[in-house]
Design a protein around this ligand. Structure first.
Ligand SMILES: *Cc1c(COP(=O)(O)O)cnc(C)c1O
Length: 388
């Protein structure tokens, strides 16, 4: 489905770490973090060992705890909701825009108003069995899905009006821009992730960026077993975690960040090949790009089929031809553990479910050739022909 884009500079950077005694918490993580304060222009970057860990620390920093309500998107990778459940917060889902798949700001405003007004109107959003012990609306956790920014201006407006913290899950959108601003820098805290299918990789890893110095100090402590500045190795001010990013991973990440523009451009080229070729095939839609997206940072390439196409049967036939594909996303609210905990049912978030039914990720990476894209598209065209 994807492939990392690595050169000798990355290999050398990792091997050099092995010749030093510093395999964790050394100069590499500091260099990697510096690359991110420079890239984003924000004051603080905190490297962690996964995007999920980064999001979890943001949830802690935002003071979200037992019973707090957080507005978020059901059309995302599960980690964005799971980090709320780790703290026993209550996710309240808001359906998404049918074209971009990002959270719908109009519905978000409506949800915030209704929840704050309480009473019957809040019940519309909080009728779930797992929502009984709710406290108050605390935050918005928004996602920049598939490498495209959410519509942050109206989201921030809702946050300001109701005094909510904003966590920006930009794990799929490193390098993307919203009205010329980099994604990840718009929320109170932003998170990027570096699993091998992301725009840059550290193997496993993630990073938090923020301008909030106090939150940054707390998150630094929490990633390192709760050790605050001044704590010794065996004294722990907070309940923390081992969310540290090791030096080999950080060195790999820093070397990738040296090539970030090249990496993003190669992905743009592959997306452009797909766009041109798919435009010739009726019944399949290329990804929609919003006007406010001044830069797309291609993460996955998700196409959408007309309803008359049996997406799952088509996927099977593509796999059989040697084209790996994946449905993207299976809605979070319909994952078995979510159904069990909150009692969600099909139909609860129709736009999310429709996108989930019709979307298919095609193979995508910055190292794909035009011939490979052509092979995938020809396979799609042939197999779609059989669907009629
Ligand atoms: C990749 C991703 C994450 C983080 O994933 P990790 O595997 O923990 O690094 C979080 N949210 C979204 C939307 C993602 O795509």
């Amino acid at each position: 489905m994807s492939s990392p884009d690595l050169t000798d500079s990355e290999r050398q950077a990792v091997v050099e770490v092995l010749d030093t005694p510093n395999l964790s918490m050394g100069p590499q993580i500091r260099a990697f973090e510096k690359a991110f304060t420079e890239f984003t222009g924000l004051g603080h970057a905190i490297g962690v060992n996964s995007g999920t860990a980064g999001l979890h620390l943001c949830v802690r920093a935002a003071g979200i705890s037992q019973g707090d309500v957080v507005l978020t998107s059901p059309f995302s990778f599960v980690a964005s909701t799971n980090v709320l459940l780790f703290e026993n917060a209550v996710p309240v889902f808001v359906d998404v825009d049918p074209r971009s798949g990002n959270i719908n700001p109009t519905l978000l405003a409506e949800a915030a108003r209704d929840l704050t007004a309480g009473g019957e109107r809040a019940q519309k959003w909080l009728s779930r069995k797992g929502s009984a012990s709710r406290r108050s609306l605390k935050a918005i956790l928004g996602v920049d899905v598939f490498g495209q920014s959410a519509d942050w201006d109206p989201i921030r407006k809702v946050a300001n009006e109701f005094g909510l913290k904003v966590i920006e899950d930009s794990c799929e959108a490193l390098g993307a821009e919203y009205k010329k601003r980099k994604t990840g820098t718009i929320g109170d805290y932003g998170v990027f992730a570096f699993y091998p299918n992301k725009q840059i990789t550290t193997g496993e890893g993630g990073i938090i960026v923020t301008n909030d110095a106090q939150a940054a100090d707390l998150m630094r402590a929490l990633r390192n077993q709760g050790r605050a500045p001044g704590d010794t190795w065996l004294s722990h001010t907070y309940l923390g975690y081992n969310y540290r990013l090791d030096e080999m991973s950080a060195a790999l990440g820093a070397a990738q960040m040296h090539r970030i523009e090249e990496l993003l451009q190669k992905r743009e080229q592959v997306a452009a090949w797909y766009g041109e070729r798919l435009a010739e095939i009726p019944g399949v839609e290329a990804p929609f790009i919003e006007k406010f997206t001044t830069r797309m940072s291609w993460f996955v390439y998700v196409v959408r089929f007309n309803l008359w196409i049996d997406r799952d049967a088509l996927a099977k036939r593509l796999e059989a031809r040697g084209v790996p594909v994946r449905p993207y996303f299976l809605p979070i609210h319909l994952q078995p553990y979510m159904v069990e905990r909150f009692g969600y049912r099909p139909g609860d978030f129709p736009v999310t479910e429709d996108l989930g039914r019709r979307g298919l990720a095609l193979p995508f990476s910055g190292v794909m050739t035009e011939q490979q894209v052509e092979f995938v598209c020809r396979s799609v065209q042939i197999e779609m022909g059989k669907s009629k």
